[in-house]
Every structure is written in structure tokens, then in C-alpha cells.
Design a protein around this ligand. Structure first.
Ligand SMILES: Cc1cc2nc3c(=O)[nH]c(=O)nc-3n(C[C@H](O)[C@H](O)[C@H](O)COP(=O)(O)O)c2cc1C
Length: 468
């Protein structure tokens, strides 16, 4: 038995309304769950949400599983009160220790309780949402797709946007630079259809495994096991030669024939803006849907905070590792939701060598094409506290000396401010900024004010303030 979506929900529900909320009243599949989530966010609340009834479907929906950083920690077994840096440390340790999958019989796999094939297949029974008004249609937003590299036989998994095209087909929009983009092209060159399984609903650590930014040779199902802390149990799919996670909620099997493609979009993208129509993109022809008898559907409201938070640990790990190669004094990396996660990194170092701050920032910027702003601070600045980071910039840093602007670098095409080789054309380049907000090593710097240590430890507010 594996930890799964429902064991995670059972863990977070007792933590109260900051982590879990339930909507019993029926909601419409057009935007309604998203707007409820957005209204909660406007109040600074990011609980996972369970919608018992979405109009037109018998299947409940869960969303916002990655709505706050503490929830990522919970997925890795780290309680909300623990230091936040433990979250990335644990993620990096676990990704470095993948676990081989364990094969289980179909009979022991809850995902096989219901099997629909042929004319029984109807995606319309699932509570698939339309998330934003200008989106091309309804989308699967947080299913992970498992495919096999035809050259190496290695399994790959990733989250891609999937626009529904009919009762038994949906689009697959692979960024050409992602592993799935390479694998799909390999099938195109071989003129062979690509088999695939879309998995909807599992423990969030498993979903995070599909977002790992490893080389194409790494088996992401093994990384899922590493992150889960137990080998991922899998059983054979019904109609394709691929494994299906046994404790998933829903699995959709099918093939992508490169000779039959489609288009998708517009789509509410991770930048907070609509991304354009993409044409051509892959078309998945569904052969089977298997699920639990009481399946729960997993959704994510794209273009909002969760879109970037769900994969942020992979980005932070990649930035951390790149910075560490150049400056082993790196202590922590945090990519805050306020900076869209992927566009902004706070890097904390224990500076001992002149120039280390700037070098750490340059290494951070070089780690990820999306990253636009890297801010480096000393180890007495809490990078999880934005007030301290801005204070460090305001008091440690002078722009002409400590800010480095790097134009014409590889960036994020979907970022609306990105530009091409002709500056006023839109394109895939961004101008990067490194802000070194560390103190000098060999020069005097103003002493920082701190309360007397003994008094800070001795004073208990309740001894002074009623209810304190
Ligand atoms: C909510 C969400 C939506 C995503 N949508 C896409 C997408 O449409 N296409 C894509 O190529 N990557 C998308 N990504 C990013 C990939 O899932 C991610 O980079 C993954 O590591 C790619 O795996 P791969 O390199 O093994 O293909 C999305 C990520 C998230 C969290």
C-alpha cells in the first residue's frame, strides 16, 4: 500500500481551515471553483479545497494541493512549524535517492476498481473545469503523463496542459525543450504512435516527482518513490505497455499518433497572462479510463499561485545546485510566490570571500532560463521573510555597484515583457538582474542592532501582557 491522495487529505484536514476546506454545495464547472479559490487567496488563505459536487459529474474535485509552501513541506512529511529550509533540503535529499518501483497485481490496485474501454470511454463524466474565460476549452491541468522514451526505454513523466477535444480525446502541449517534447519528436521521426497514461490524483509527493528537472535518462517514477519515501507501486495498464501507479485515483490510457495532431489554447498560463494558441500539438486518443469506485479528481487553477508553487522545489533545487558549484557557502534558496516563483530567487550565502555575493547571483541566474531576478543576501537575513530581504536591499546595496543587468539572455517566451533579437519584437529573451545585497567582507560595515541575547531568551510575553 502506498501513501496516496486520500491519505494526504486525511493528514491535512485536522490542521484546520488554513490547510483544508470543504465545499458541499454544488458548483459549476465554468470557473466557479477557481473564483472561490481566488477569493480565498485575496484574503491571504490558501487551503486545499474539496468540492463534493461539480455540476454534471458524480466525481468530487480537489484543488489547491500546492497552494502554500507549508503544504509542499507536508507532502514531504515536514510539519508547518519546522524551519522552512528543511523543505528544500529534504526535497534535494530524496530526489538524490530514487527508489525502484514495485510491481503489484491488478487485483491489489485501487485504480483498477472501474475499467472503461471502447464506447464506455467518456471524459465528460469527469468534473473537468473551464478555468478562465478566454481559455480554448476545458483542461486537465495537474494530471501527469507517463510515456516511454523509444530510444532508451526509460519512463518519463511530466505535467502538461491538456485541452479536452471530445469524449475520448485531448490535446498534449509539450514544450519542445522539455523531455516529453524530445520523446514525442523521437516517435514522430520513427513514424510510430506514442503510448501514454495520464494520471489524475495521487499523493502530492508523487505529482512533485513528475515535475523533477532531471536528465532525460532519469526514471521519474523512481524519483516519485524517492520523494514519497516508499517505492511507488505500479501495475500494468489495460491497453498500452506502460505502468500505472496502483494507488492513483484515475488513469487515462491512450496513444498519440504523430500523424494526427491538433491545436490548443489560448490558455491561462503561469505568468498570469493568457498564452497563445499552439498549433500543432499532440492529440491523445483515449483507449481506456480506469479509476477507483469513489475516485477523486485532482485539479489546479492555472495562472494563479499554485501553478508555479507546485514545481517550485525542482526550480529551487536546480538554482541551489548551480550556485553551490561556484559558491559552496550557499545556505538556502527560496523562490517566493510573490515573484511568480520561477522568475525570482532569494539566495542566502555565508559570505567569506569578496565577490562571492555577485558570483552566487550570476550562478543562480544561469541555472534556469525563466529566472529573471536573483537577490543574494547574507546568512543573517531570513529569506522566507520578504520584509528582511527588501530591508537588506534597501540598506546593504547601492545599485551602480551591486546591481548587474544582463540583457539579451535566454528567457521565458511566455513572459509578456520578453523580447526577440529585434528589441521591440516579442521573443524568448529577457534582461536579467542580479542584486548583491550582501555586506563587504574586508571593510567595516555598520553594526547591526540586536536585542540583548539573554533578555530575548528570558522574556516571555505572557508574563508582561495579558493574553500575550
Ligand atoms: C500546472 C503545470 C502546468 C504545466 N504545463 C506544461 C505544459 O503545458 N507543457 C510543458 O511542456 N510543460 C508544462 N509544465 C512544466 C512541466 O511539467 C515540467 O517542466 C516537467 O518537469 C517537464 O517534464 P519533462 O521534461 O520530463 O517533460 C507544467 C507544469 C505545471 C506545474
Amino acid at each position: 500500500m502506498n501513501k496516496d491522495l486520500r491519505s494526504f487529505l486525511a493528514e491535512i484536514e485536522p490542521l484546520g481551515p488554513g490547510f483544508f476546506a470543504r465545499v458541499e454545495r454544488e458548483v459549476d464547472f465554468n470557473y466557479e471553483p477557481c473564483v472561490i479559490q481566488q477569493k480565498l487567496a485575496a484574503l491571504g488563505r490558501y487551503p486545499a479545497l474539496r468540492f463534493d459536487k461539480v455540476r454534471g459529474s458524480m466525481i468530487p474535485l480537489v484543488t489547491n494541493l500546492f497552494g502554500n509552501y507549508e503544504m509542499l513541506g507536508l507532502a514531504l512529511g515536514i510539519a508547518p512549524g519546522e524551519p522552512k529550509r528543511r523543505i528544500l533540503e529534504t526535497f534535494r535529499e530524496r530526489v538524490a535517492n530514487p527508489l525502484p518501483t514495485t510491481a503489484v497485481a491488478r487485483a491489489g490496485a485501487p485504480v483498477k476498481e472501474v475499467i472503461q474501454t471502447g464506447a464506455d470511454v467518456d471524459l465528460g463524466r469527469l468534473p473537468i473545469l473551464k478555468h478562465a474565460e478566454l481559455n480554448g476549452g476545458k483542461y486537465f491541468t495537474i494530471g501527469f503523463l507517463i510515456v516511454r522514451d523509444p530510444q532508451t526505454g526509460v519512463l518519463n513523466a511530466g505535467v502538461y496542459r491538456h485541452e479536452i477535444k471530445g469524449r475520448d480525446s485531448f490535446a498534449c502541449m509539450f514544450n519542445p525543450a522539455h523531455n516529453a517534447g524530445y520523446i514525442y519528436r523521437r516517435y514522430q521521426e520513427l513514424r510510430r504512435p506514442m503510448e501514454a497514461v495520464l494520471v489524475l490524483g495521487h499523493h502530492p509527493a508523487v505529482v512533485m516527482g513528475s515535475l523533477a528537472r532531471g536528465p532525460i535518462e532519469s526514471d521519474e517514477l523512481e524519483i516519485m518513490g524517492g520523494l514519497l519515501g516508499e517505492s511507488l507501486e505500479v501495475c500494468p495498464a489495460e491497453t498500452v505497455d506502460l505502468p500505472v501507479p496502483a494507488w492513483a485515483e484515475i488513469a487515462i490510457e491512450g496513444i498519440l499518433d504523430p500523424a494526427r495532431q491538433t491545436s490548443d489554447g489560448p490558455f491561462s498560463e503561469y505568468t498570469g497572462f493568457y498564452g497563445p494558441v499552439k498549433d500543432p500539438v499532440g492529440l491523445m486518443q483515449v483507449r481506456a479510463i480506469t479509476m477507483r469506485r469513489d475516485a477523486i479528481y485532482h485539479d489546479l487553477d492555472p495562472s494563479h499561485r499554485e501553478h508555479n508553487l507546485s514545481g517550485v522545489l525542482s526550480f529551487e533545487a536546480s538554482v541551489f545546485d548551480n550556485v553551490r558549484k561556484l559558491t559552496p557557502s550557499v545556505q538556502a534558496v527560496y523562490m517566493p510566490a510573490s515573484g511568480s516563483c520561477v522568475f525570482t530567487a532569494y539566495v542566502q550565502i555565508k559570505k567569506r570571500v569578496p565577490g562571492e555575493g555577485k558570483s552566487a547571483g550570476l550562478a543562480a541566474i544561469a541555472a534556469e532560463p525563466n529566472l529573471k531576478i536573483a537577490i543574494v543576501v547574507d546568512d543573517d537575513i531570513d529569506i522566507y521573510d520578504e520584509e528582511q530581504v527588501l530591508w537588506a536591499i534597501a540598506t546593504h546595496c547601492e545599485a551602480d555597484r551591486d546591481m548587474t543587468i544582463i540583457p539579451n539572455a535566454m528567457g521565458a517566451h511566455l513572459n509578456p515583457s520578453a523580447y526577440g533579437e529585434i528589441r521591440h519584437n516579442h521573443g524568448p529573451m529577457n534582461t536579467k538582474i542580479v542584486i548583491d545585497a550582501t555586506r563587504p567582507v574586508t571593510l567595516d560595515f555598520a553594526p547591526r542592532i540586536r536585542p540583548p541575547k539573554e533578555l530575548w531568551e528570558r522574556i516571555q510575553l505572557k508574563d508582561y501582557i495579558t493574553g500575550g
